[in-house]
Design a protein. Sequence first.
Length: 334
Amino acid sequence: MKTEKISSKKFVVLALLVFCFFFSAGSTHAAGDRLNYRLKWLFNASVAGDLYADVHGIFKSEGIAVTVKAGGPERDAIKELELGHAQFGVASADQVIRARDKGAPVVVIAQLFQINPLQWIYRSAAMSVDSLQDLRGKTLGITYGGNDETIMRTLLAKGGITEDDVNLFSVRYDYTPFYQNKVDLWPVYRNSQGIFISQKLQDAGEDVGFLIPSKFGVKFVANSVVTSERMLQENPDLVKRFLNALLLAWEEAMNPDNEQKTITTIAEFDKDSSPELIEQQLSITRMLIKPRKDLVIGTIDAAAWKQTEAIMLKQGQITAPVAIENFLKPGGQP
């Protein structure tokens, strides 16, 4: 009799477990899909929308649980997609094009930055850059092997300026040569170093200007959202749900009406920056992400992608054309 009672209890428990298993398996959206999303940069204002989607439950509203992972020099989102360590990531166009050149099955589903934050700062009292011809005779800071070298060489070629017409200066992390007026234009990320350096110069009574490559027709695409071909083919609904949540969050985070909410969100992760600094970074990031009110965040500029590929091919950074336009999947379209 005792044995029968124990068996009955075990049967009830087993039945409940089986019921729960089939219920959760048949309702993936309700149960929640678990995903990893690897960023390109560290947690700061440049990833405001990504953090906003997580903190304010926007991913959760689409039935997905997303672990947002910080980026950095030692973290490669595309490699993590290939290894299955992440399902989504953020990468710049040059990373995507190099990966496609090597056969990596990566696709682009949204473009976050419409204007590349990589620009050049200069003292506006000493010079102005109204045309590319204004670069003649100037000392230009570049990071050899970096994207800024690629972009600057493209600008010079576009203006018909040879290397003999300018002085190229190899930059490091030390900004002293620029502060000492040994270099006329110094490469910066507009929404990070650009703020620090301009503030330091303004405190010394000097005004600054910025050379923005896109104003001269050079649109080298920056951070975009990527996933694998397999993910897009096998889980199109999941891709769309992720993207819907992410882009909604970016729209909310970039809305000036939500500025304080967004600053508070970023401050939870970026402990080293003051709210005042985050506010400045956010303001500039907003201009780079959504330069026009009517622009939908995430819009892929196909012409800019093809231009980026052409620049890389011309400068020998890829071995052959990759036809990048075939791997741009706006809105997560298969």
